[in-house]
Design a protein around this ligand. Structure first.
Ligand SMILES: [Zn+2]
Length: 119
């Protein structure tokens, strides 16, 4: 562990909804599973929250994710999955489907839908 360890957060607005979408098109959702996961440092969450408060008068809160809840993204198919379900092969993070394809267990089997790994 070091001081550069990423802190993963969700952003919650004053209605208790979770921020999702992109920097160009923010949306809020009631579903925690659809919330976008931010890296507190890399995504400058503190600055974003400050900016929104100053420009829009809205109060957003960064909520730290439970470590068991942190998502990773499959480097191969891009699907989001729980971090503890990812496989790191030394080069890339893979979801279960892609790992099976890569390892040759089920050659040619395409990965399932993008949301398949999130309960
Ligand atoms: Zn995948």
């Amino acid at each position: 562990m070091n001081d550069r360890e990423a802190v993963k957060v969700l952003i919650v607005n004053d209605d208790g909804q979770y921020l999702t979408g992109t920097a160009f098109e923010w949306e809020f959702t009631d579903e925690r599973g659809k919330a976008r996961v931010f890296d507190y440092q890399a995504d400058r969450v503190g600055e974003l929250i400050d900016l929104v408060r100053k420009t829009q008068g809205r109060v957003w809160i960064a909520v730290k994710l439970d470590p068991r809840e942190v998502f990773e993204f499959c480097d191969r198919c891009g699907c989001r999955m729980w971090a503890f379900k990812t496989y790191f092969d030394g080069r890339q993070f893979l979801c279960r489907n892609c790992r099976e394809v890569e390892s040759g267990a089920k050659p040619g089997l395409p990965p399932r839908g993008a949301s398949g790994e999130v309960p």
